[in-house]
Design a protein around this ligand. Structure first.
Ligand SMILES: NC(=O)c1ccc[n+]([C@@H]2O[C@H](COP(=O)([O-])OP(=O)(O)OC[C@H]3O[C@@H](n4cnc5c(N)ncnc54)[C@H](OP(=O)(O)O)[C@@H]3O)[C@@H](O)[C@H]2O)c1
Length: 484
């Protein structure tokens, strides 16, 4: 890594100024898009730990951000407003807080195949804190330098693919600590070791199923914000219109559209796949997120048990049908959203389609999610040579409409430790977007970390059962085709 930065700090009596230059081997537009979106500050500035965009529309002139920063004592909220915005060239942000105000100017220039970024900041402390300037000068200098080094590292984007940490491996072996990680505490713990995610998603075509609420909606919102071209699969036309409208307005991304399908119906799945195949455009990311826990046994109008239809056969059939488009992308990703509930169940192919007697919704659900995890591993092997990576993830326990309706008692009991939909969706987004996630396949993730697929030894299946699963689904496909 080259370290071409130099800093100098001036103390002018009423103001502290910081000037620093970094160079990155990355296209200028990608550097500009990342740095101008101040939602990214927690990824590169160690003092910032929370940031959000306050205004609607694309990042541009007048966009405002709230950034929460640590102080030696407590924290402070900085309100940033973009006051100058020349894409690919210059962005100026005015910061305001009770302690100081600042003007940050970031200039971008192409420099021998690299992007040169000149950062200049002027801080002025508010009365009566102006007297502190002398004392704070060297601290500000250190923080400024560190932040710019952080920005450089974030833009270099050469994180290595993650391994499970020894702490998480131990937690999984001990079962209860492993389960505790499903709560929002797991997310908070995980977040501490996450690396910046600066990959540009412009021009990447991504499909998210079940984008009308919960995790799917949170995923779609973030991917939209990062500039991906999105196809959102939903089943209710009014809701679909509203979601696309809302996300476009919020993010300024106009490359968002929807496709209608009731994913528990194979005729709808096939028709959806057919439309996408006719369209012919390569698919970079497919997120199989749609799902539900059915407390009562039921069959779809096609005569399939509904948990099996929606949670297993549907993503299986859709992904297989879209294989040519995934392959055509050259390098693509499939993300299967499973559930920690699957840890309770062993793969039993003869029990995948639950019968009406003895039906337990949570068990049927867990069995299908277990099977989808196995399918992910099998596809990862089979499709490696096609440039397709396939991973499963589980969101932990997140407070979504799905959980509230299907598990009201669980929801009431646990709502204080549940993750937000955004926290639950984080690993879906990371698997879809992060550069280093393209280098892992066939794993089950929680909080951006590959985790064990078995917390209990009694759930480990025979290799023969895995073969049986793939054959069973294949046979299903053939039978369905014969009927149609
Ligand atoms: N929240 C958690 O703690 C948790 C934990 C483990 C796993 N998960 C998994 O995460 C995924 C998302 O769940 P969520 O918690 O975000 O629940 P959610 O808020 O209920 O969202 C589920 C999404 O799936 C869609 N969907 C359901 N049935 C469908 C069908 N037949 N056709 C098309 N779309 C359908 C829903 O669309 P409608 O709006 O039209 O119903 C909705 O968009 C699911 O696969 C779930 O199993 C969640």
């Amino acid at each position: 890594m080259r370290n071409h930065h130099h800093t100098h700090i001036e103390f002018t009596g009423t103001m502290i100024s910081l000037t620093q230059t970094i160079r990155v081997a990355r296209p200028i537009d990608e550097c500009f898009d990342y740095a101008a979106d101040f939602r990214t500050t927690p990824e590169w500035d160690a003092t910032a730990y929370k940031a959000k965009k306050l205004t609607e529309g694309p990042v541009g002139l007048g966009s405002r951000f709230a950034v929460r920063c640590r102080l030696p004592l407590g924290s402070i909220e900085l309100l940033y407003t973009i006051t100058e915005f020349e894409p690919g060239q210059l962005v100026t942000l005015q910061a305001d807080s009770w302690l100081f105000s600042a003007v940050d100017t970031i200039a971008f220039e192409e420099d021998q195949g690299q992007t040169r970024i000149d950062y200049h900041a002027d801080f002025s402390f508010k009365m009566p804190f102006a007297a502190l300037e002398g004392a704070l000068k060297s601290g500000m200098q250190g923080m400024g330098k560190a932040a710019l080094r952080g920005l450089q590292r974030a833009l270099e984007d050469n994180n290595s693919a993650p391994q499970i940490s020894s702490g998480s491996a131990t937690a999984d072996r001990l079962l209860w600590p492993g389960l505790a990680m499903f709560s929002k505490w797991g997310y908070r713990r995980g977040r501490k070791r996450w690396l910046p995610m600066s990959a540009s998603l412009k021009g990447k075509r991504m499909i998210v199923t079940g984008a009308s609420s919960g995790l799917g909606l949170a995923t779609a919102r973030e991917l939209a914000q990062r500039g991906a071209e999105l196809i959102l699969v939903m089943r209710n036309p009014e809701r679909a219109e509203a979601v696309v409208k809302e996300l476009s307005a919020e993010t300024g991304n106009s490359a968002i559209r929807y496709e209608l399908a009731d994913l528990s119906l194979m005729a709808d799945v096939d028709a959806l796949a057919q439309r996408l195949l006719e369209d012919g455009k390569p698919i970079d990311v497919l997120v199989n997120n749609a799902g539900a826990l059915f407390n009562d046994w039921g069959q779809t109008s096609e005569g399939l048990e509904q948990s099996f239809a929606l949670l297993l056969l549907s993503p299986w059939r859709l992904t297989r049908a879209l294989h040519p488009l995934l392959k055509a992308a050259g390098q693509s990703r499939v993300v299967n959203v499973v559930s920690g509930g699957m840890y309770s169940q062993k793969l039993r192919v003869d029990r995948l389609e639950a019968t009406a007697d003895n039906y337990a919704g949570a068990t049927a659900y867990a069995r299908c999610k277990r099977a989808l995890t196995v399918v992910s591993e099998e596809w990862a092997k089979n499709w490696a040579s096609d440039g397709i990576v396939v991973n499963a993830m589980h969101p932990g326990w997140a407070d979504t409409p799905g959980v509230e309706t299907a598990l009201p008692a669980f929801h009431t009991l646990t709502r204080f430790i549940l993750r937000s939909p955004e926290e639950g969706a984080d690993t879906i987004i990371w698997l879809s977007a992060a550069s280093e996630a393209a280098g892992v396949s066939g794993k089950l993730f929680l909080d951006r970390e590959p985790r064990t697929t078995h917390l209990l030894s009694r759930t480990r299946e025979d290799p023969a059962e895995r073969v049986k699963l793939m054959d069973y689904l294949d046979a299903f496909d053939a039978a369905q085709k014969a009927v149609a």
